[in-house]
Design a protein around this ligand. Structure first.
Ligand SMILES: [Ca+2]
Ligand SMILES: [Ca+2]
Ligand SMILES: [Ca+2]
Length: 168
């Protein structure tokens, strides 16, 4: 499926990816800022390993201390062992678009109103926030196939199936 191109070929698509994030991601930046504020529990402008651990735990997302440490190491560009906002943005983008991470985390992020289901609208907006541009038309062709029977939205299992199929 073509709209997954930047997933399949991360290196070849760098310039495209950058373009799409410039035009579609202003709203997303505000959302990532909200997320940053959630993580930055003492509001000192940086996120520490402990803050990552506490926040993941309170969101009931699986994380270990080693994993939190690894995340900081990987995204801490200025070497202060903490994540400033822009470092945090890279982490969130990676987290949400990486198939190695549990899709449970993605599900919670995609389910913007927290009702346990993902609508077409939530899907399109969230995809754009992780740097994958998908038009309403493209999404409208694919997503309804995965609606939970009798609804116009996806539960976790159906969302999982959709993501697995898209990422093949
Ligand atoms: Ca902090
Ligand atoms: Ca840093
Ligand atoms: Ca929802």
């Amino acid at each position: 499926m073509t709209f997954w191109c930047c997933k399949a070929k991360p290196n070849a698509d760098k310039s495209d990816k950058r373009k799409s994030s410039v035009k579609s991601n202003q709203a997303c930046m505000a959302e990532i800022k909200d997320l940053f504020d959630l993580f930055d529990q003492d509001h000192n402008g940086v996120v520490t390993k402990d803050e990552i651990l506490r926040t993941f735990t309170s969101l009931r997302l699986p994380i270990t201390e080693q994993h939190a440490e690894k995340l900081i190491k990987e995204f801490d560009r200025n070497g202060d062992d903490e994540l400033e906002f822009m470092e945090f943005v890279s982490l969130i983008r990676k987290y949400l678009s990486d198939t190695d991470y549990p899709t449970q985390g993605m599900f919670k992020y995609f389910d913007r109103d927290g009702d346990g289901y993902i609508t077409l609208d939530e899907f399109v907006k969230s995809m754009r926030c992780v740097g994958v541009h998908i038009s309403e038309k493209e999404a409208a062709e694919v997503v309804p196939k995965y609606y939970t029977p009798g609804t116009d939205k996806m539960d976790y299992n159906n969302f999982n199936k959709l993501m697995k199929n898209l990422m093949l």
